[in-house]
Design a protein around this ligand. Sequence first.
Ligand SMILES: Cc1cc2nc3c(=O)[nH]c(=O)nc-3n(C[C@H](O)[C@H](O)[C@H](O)COP(=O)(O)OP(=O)(O)OC[C@H]3O[C@@H](n4cnc5c(N)ncnc54)[C@H](O)[C@@H]3O)c2cc1C
Length: 215
Amino acid sequence: MDSSTSRIFPRRLSLSELVTLPSNWQVSFTLLVSHRNSSSSSRRRLTKSVFTGAETHLMIRHEKILKAFDPLLQDTLQEHMVKTGIHIHQNTNVKKVTTEVENPDIHKPFRKIVHTDKGEEIEADIVLWAIGRHSLTDDLGIDKVGVDLAKNGDVVVDEYQKTNVDNIFAIGDVQGKELLTPVAIAAGRRLSNRIYGGVKGDKLDYNNVPTVVFS
Ligand SMILES: Cc1cc2nc3c(=O)[nH]c(=O)nc-3n(C[C@H](O)[C@H](O)[C@H](O)COP(=O)(O)OP(=O)(O)OC[C@H]3O[C@@H](n4cnc5c(N)ncnc54)[C@H](O)[C@@H]3O)c2cc1C
């Protein structure tokens, strides 16, 4: 933060202060910002409901939302969002979020400024980060048993969910592939079939896993 910014916005916020949502949320959007309107009555409205009537900004790092999905889905949803009044900031990264509020109650909306790499400064009451998630395996002691972890902390497994250590397996989100409930369940079923049920070679096929987008 340069000195002029720090005079106006003395405190830089940490991520944990920005959201009161579960830390491992995953949404395909980079960031959702709800703008703080200037009048106190509109601010009250925003406090009650982020998504009904509040000015909303969506920052995405690329051209389109849902970048891993079919272009038809991307275009249709993006156009619809723009039509409904959401301000989409394409090819935009957030540089920092600051506030001039001293000791804010992080469980309630408070004034923040979102600074983008395009030089924009967007005032907001609520900022929702939706930038993906990874496994929190740092302090599990996994290193002590010698299990390989990927750079992002996910447990590395082979196609049979087996780690590099015999008799240690990983299924579900912690192994980092297809982070979906039915996938975790299916992988667990296959693994138990194989280990306890005598079903030789049973394993989950991770190809062509269907997904649904709620918007
Ligand atoms: C916001 C959101 C929306 C989602 N929506 C969908 C959806 O619509 N459809 C879908 O299929 N999937 C959805 N998912 C993904 C789905 O929740 C996960 O894929 C699924 O829960 C993975 O199951 P899991 O058993 O691997 O992990 P989890 O369900 O996360 O279970 C891991 C458990 O381990 C516990 N744990 C963690 N560390 C320790 C420790 N050190 N010691 C003991 N216990 C520990 C945790 O408390 C947790 O109970 C969503 C996820 C999020 C975050």
